[in-house]
Design a protein around this ligand. Structure first.
Ligand SMILES: Cc1cc2nc3c(=O)[nH]c(=O)nc-3n(C[C@H](O)[C@H](O)[C@H](O)COP(=O)(O)O)c2cc1C
Length: 334
């Protein structure tokens, strides 16, 4: 399939694997890129720019296809050394960066000078337009369904994607709630040039996370995610578990007086406990409503091949079938 996104990134299929803390290691990024999608290493999971350089080199050993690095600009006082991360990315020969969180405006000159294509993740049309204005090459439009940070507008993709299509000139991928060929075709119909998946890629053989995480995703239904940190305006969609229930109790108790320190134990340092140790009750970790659509743990290649084969079948049989049926019916009447 050829779209503005496959052309821009030099990939075979319009499928991107979003950066994921403690999931987006070289193993997953390489598997996605080898299967014809765009794999992305999560920059900040690597604690120093030197470690990012090593992870990029590891990924290069596993694939000769294009892959990217995610840089998440956090609302934090102790900001990571982003300029040094960008230097490591540039020196590692990376040509695609997925930015997220705060606006990448400050870092655009450095990224562009290195010939890097920037795809910025946005949860609203206004942020997408801002990304276009500051020179981003593409946008990942992330609906309210998404795992991670859906923003504060609560705008689901059925509205957000067509609105983005109405306003944007640069291409965009649909993100949040994407799981299979139905998601891809719907995203394309609403104006996207591809899709970005997070949660779905965790339940794959190559995702380098504890089996308990994959099993929990397969077992969960679409009703099993929770929104946390709403009053802090740092909303995150996470999978419900004992730690999250504790967190929600504290939030209810503290109300508008909630401070991040109140929920420190339920949100800080949780990812290694969940992803490496498989402690599923440790606290808040991002997970999308799309868990309701995830029923198996295929290899990344099986997943992507299935999506592309089903997509062709949906277009050729189901969709054109409706038109053919109509023209047959019209002929009968005539
Ligand atoms: C476990 C997990 C960790 C994530 N970590 C990050 C991150 O560090 N940076 C980022 O930009 N997005 C992160 N995301 C968001 C994903 O890149 C992607 O936008 C999101 O998962 C899409 O929604 P979906 O889960 O419904 O596919 C994370 C998502 C998950 C599920």
């Amino acid at each position: 399939m050829k779209t503005a996104i496959t052309e821009m990134f030099g990939i075979e299929h319009p499928i991107v694997q979003g950066g994921m803390h403690y999931v987006g290691f070289a193993e997953l990024a390489a598997a996605v890129s080898n299967a014809g999608g765009l794999g992305i290493i999560t920059g900040l999971t690597q604690r120093t720019p030197e470690l990012v350089a090593k992870e990029i080199a590891r990924c290069r050993d596993m694939t000769n296809k294009p892959f990217g690095v995610n840089l998440t600009f956090l609302p934090t006082f102790n900001a990571p050394p982003y300029a040094e991360y960008i230097a490591a990315i540039r020196e590692g020969g990376i040509k695609i960066v997925e930015t997220a969180g705060r606006s990448p405006e400050q870092y655009m000159p450095a990224l562009k000078a290195a010939g890097i294509k920037v795809i910025h993740k946005c949860t609203s049309v206004r942020h997408s337009l801002k990304a276009e204005q500051i020179g981003c090459d593409a946008v990942s439009v992330d609906g309210f369904e998404c795992g991670g940070h859906p923003g504060e507008d609560d705008m689901p993709n059925m509205i957000l994607l067509p609105r983005a299509a109405e306003e944007l000139k640069i291409p965009f991928v649909a993100s949040g709630g994407m799981a299979d060929a139905r998601s891809l075709i719907a995203a394309l119909a609403m104006g996207a040039a591809g899709m970005n998946m997070g949660t779905r890629f965790i339940a794959t053989k190559e995702a380098p996370v504890h089996d308990n995480v994959k099993k929990a995703i397969v077992a969960a239904s679409e009703l099993d995610t929770r929104l946390v940190m709403r009053t802090l305006r740092n909303t995150e969609r996470v999978l419900k578990n004992a730690g999250v229930e504790r967190l929600l109790d504290i939030e209810r108790e503290r109300g508008s007086k909630l401070k991040i320190e109140d929920i420190h134990d339920e949100v800080a340092g949780v990812y290694p406990k969940v992803m490496i140790d498989g402690d599923m009750d440790a606290g808040a970790w991002s997970c999308g409503m799309v868990v309701g659509l995830i029923h198996d743990i295929p290899t990344v290649k099986e997943l992507i091949d299935r999506i592309m084969m089903d997509a062709e079948r949906i277009i050729r049989a189901r969709l054109t079938g409706f038109l053919d049926a109509e023209s047959k019916a019209t002929r009968k009447v005539a």
